[in-house]
Ligand binder design. Structure first.
Ligand SMILES: NC(=O)C1=CN([C@@H]2O[C@H](COP(=O)(O)OP(=O)(O)OC[C@H]3O[C@@H](n4cnc5c(N)ncnc54)[C@H](OP(=O)(O)O)[C@@H]3O)[C@@H](O)[C@H]2O)C=CC1
Ligand SMILES: CC(=O)N[C@@H](CCC(=O)OP(=O)(O)O)C(=O)O
Length: 350
């Protein structure tokens, strides 16, 4: 029996990527591809690259029909737009994987402080499991509602977690850990905004929200704080790079003295033992082409013995490991499938 999967917000960037990946998943049948604006249109007419033999259409059924006829529902809606749908879906017997930030922060009051809009009910926040499979697989397997991580948090948390777990960080008191991150423009979604126009982005490179409160700061601090067992502070600056997809986080981590590059690499390899999507190395020129088109996270480690800093360069495809691929990895765990089912694509090169 195939898993019946529906996607709400199926016409956006992550929704379309879910269609592409789930269409090739051996254990999945696509059920409803929900889009308000494209309901009634053939998927292949709007997105010719998805003109498959199955001839799917976008539709807009009510939530009850979606819930009753689906084993799993992916929500690929903008922030704040998932809360109403999830409040209804949770009454039924389907599993829910939400790609937005609506269920990621555990504390409703903290959520409101950072996101500046009302949080989901505390009981839904309590039920939601943060879906980063390499760290949280046991809880994901038992979950009904997954809060799929943001793209910057995915690259950052995966890059830092082994240092925290092995107590290798040596951060001066009251200093934050510095994360300098860059994303391709699809990270901003399909709806155009003044900063994502071709003329703004092409031949350009920009930082945004420097010194500000990007919504991924509390998300990264929450998850690293859980691993550390105490508050964890980061200094985070995102940048926009003139490419469609790909994301790189460069993390500057002061590490304990007398540890060697080899010991650090061994520690990361042992932490991610059996995790097929995590690639640990010290590539001389870590890049995005190594991961674009894959569900992999490439973590390149470089110890600067002069300063005592470990430079961690964590690269993902924001639409796959940073969103739709990770959502499918979570689905695989929830349904007892191998984590890699439907996700074994290699990178596109050159
Ligand atoms: N892009 C990325 O790299 C990542 C995105 N995410 C998160 O995933 C979610 C989806 O992102 P993404 O696919 O990029 O977003 P898009 O803007 O590309 O797509 C969102 C889709 O939601 C539907 N929608 C329903 N209600 C609204 C509304 N009120 N305003 C706008 N669109 C609406 C739209 O289709 P229609 O109106 O036809 O129903 C649209 O296609 C977001 O919460 C995002 O933050 C997470 C990680 C990475
Ligand atoms: C380039 C760009 O604009 N990126 C988005 C992050 C997208 C993402 O992963 O995260 P969410 O799911 O939390 O939206 C941003 O900085 O807001």
């Amino acid at each position: 029996m195939k898993i019946k999967a529906s996607i709400i917000g199926a016409s956006g960037y992550t929704g379309v990527e879910l269609i592409r990946l789930l269409n090739a998943h051996p254990n999945v049948k696509l059920q409803y591809l929900v889009s308000e604006n494209n309901a009634g249109s053939k998927v292949g007419d709007i997105y010719p690259h998805l003109d498959t033999a199955d001839n799917y259409s976008f539709s807009n059924p009510d939530i009850e029909a979606i819930a009753k006829n689906s084993d799993v529902v992916f929500l690929a809606l903008p922030h704040t737009k998932s809360i109403t749908a999830v409040s209804k879906l949770i009454e039924y017997n389907c599993k829910i994987i939400d790609l937005s930030s609506d269920f990621r922060l555990k504390n409703g009051a903290n959520y409101q402080k950072w996101y500046q809009h009302p949080a989901a009910s505390q009981s839904l926040l309590d039920q939601a499991v943060y879906g980063i499979p390499e760290i949280n697989a046991a809880n994901i397997k038992r979950a009904t509602l997954i809060a799929n991580p943001g793209c910057y948090p995915t690259a950052s948390i995966l890059g830092i977690a082994p240092l925290i777990k092995n107590q290798l960080l040596d951060i001066p008191l009251n200093h934050p850990l510095v994360i300098d991150a860059k994303s391709g423009v699809s990270g901003a979604g399909k709806t155009p905004n003044p900063h994502t126009h071709f003329c703004e982005v092409s031949n350009n490179f920009s930082a945004y929200q420097a010194g500000g409160i990007h919504r991924h700061i509390p998300e990264i601090e929450q998850e690293l704080g859980i691993l550390a067992g105490k508050d964890f502070t980061i200094q985070f600056t995102p940048h926009l790079i003139p490419i469609p997809r790909g994301l790189m986080a460069t993390i500057y981590a002061p590490v304990k003295k007398n540890i060697s590059q080899t010991e650090i690499i061994d520690c990361y390899k042992s932490f991610y033992q059996h995790q097929e999507f995590i690639k640990i190395n010290s590539l001389p020129r870590p890049d995005l082409k190594t991961v674009i088109g894959t569900n992999n996270c490439n973590i390149s480690l470089h110890l600067d013995q002069r300063t005592g800093y470990l430079i961690i360069i964590s690269a993902i495809d924001n639409l796959i490991k940073g969103a739709s691929g990770q959502a499918i990895q979570n689905m695989n765990l929830m349904f007892g499938l191998p984590e890699t089912s439907g996700l074994t694509q290699l990178a596109i090169y050159p």
